[in-house]
Write a protein that binds this ligand. Structure first.
Ligand code: C5J
Length: 227
């Protein structure tokens, strides 16, 4: 058992029952010149967390944790895209339109790929999700259940959209969830902060938050106990 010095209370977890879920660290959301920046967003807060997410991945892999990566993506004919999602947004940068890095949010396009620095490794799960949440219209829950996973650590972008939605979906499915606060980001820093506050309010109504350093300290302490 490991314990993270987390907010609002210590977060206890067993490595073999815990997965890291890295949400949508895709080129189109993060790189200058991608879909996100074409929409007028400042991508710098997202780009700034890339080294922290890379360090988090290294920490999870060294600890033997299951790693899950998600991509917000749709089939080329968009048949899996919720109609409400298709109707909204900037018409010239709509889902499926030709964007700066290929068709926007379409599977297989250059912009839809995970950043090269964070490339999934063999044995890690890659979940293509048509919704904002990682559980909607995917087999993520079944994959986690098959591996005995009960605890989830969340990272990625954007904090208030796909990370928050996924963590809420997970909480409703019975997972004990922690958001790694410095390994997620929003185009709007005020939304990032508000999301962290909302998720952890009322004694951890959706779950816990902690920085990467707190996870690393917890794992160091656990490995010290076993050496
Ligand atoms: C958004 C995401 N913001 N991955 N996607 O549309 O948060």
């Amino acid at each position: 058992m490991s314990t993270i010095d987390a907010f609002p209370t210590p977060y206890r977890f067993e490595l073999q029952h815990t997965a890291l879920v890295v949400i949508d660290m895709q080129r189109d959301f993060i790189e200058a010149g991608g879909f996100g920046s074409a929409l007028g967003n400042d991508v710098r807060p997202l780009a700034e967390i890339v080294p922290t997410v890379a360090a988090l991945l290294a920490t999870a892999r060294a600890g033997g944790m299951l790693v899950v990566h998600t991509r917000e993506s749709h089939l080329p004919d968009l048949s899996d895209c919720p109609p409400s999602k298709l109707r909204r947004g900037n018409p010239s940068l709509a889902i499926g339109a030709i964007g700066p890095m290929g068709r926007i949010l379409v599977r297989g396009e250059a912009g839809n790929q995970i950043l090269p620095l964070l490339t999934p490794q063999d044995g890690e799960l890659v979940i293509d999700k048509p919704g904002k949440g990682a559980f909607y219209a995917t087999d993520l829950h079944a994959q986690l259940q098959a591996r005995g996973i009960t605890h989830l650590l969340f990272a990625g972008v954007t904090t208030e959209v796909c990370v928050q939605t996924s963590m809420r979906e997970a909480n409703d499915r019975g997972y004990e969830c922690l958001i790694v606060e410095d390994a997620c980001a929003s185009y709007f820093p005020v939304f990032h902060q508000a999301t962290l506050a909302m998720l952890t309010a009322q004694g951890g109504i959706v779950g816990w938050k902690a920085p990467l350093a707190a996870l690393q300290a917890a794992l160091k302490e656990t490995s010290g106990e076993h050496s």
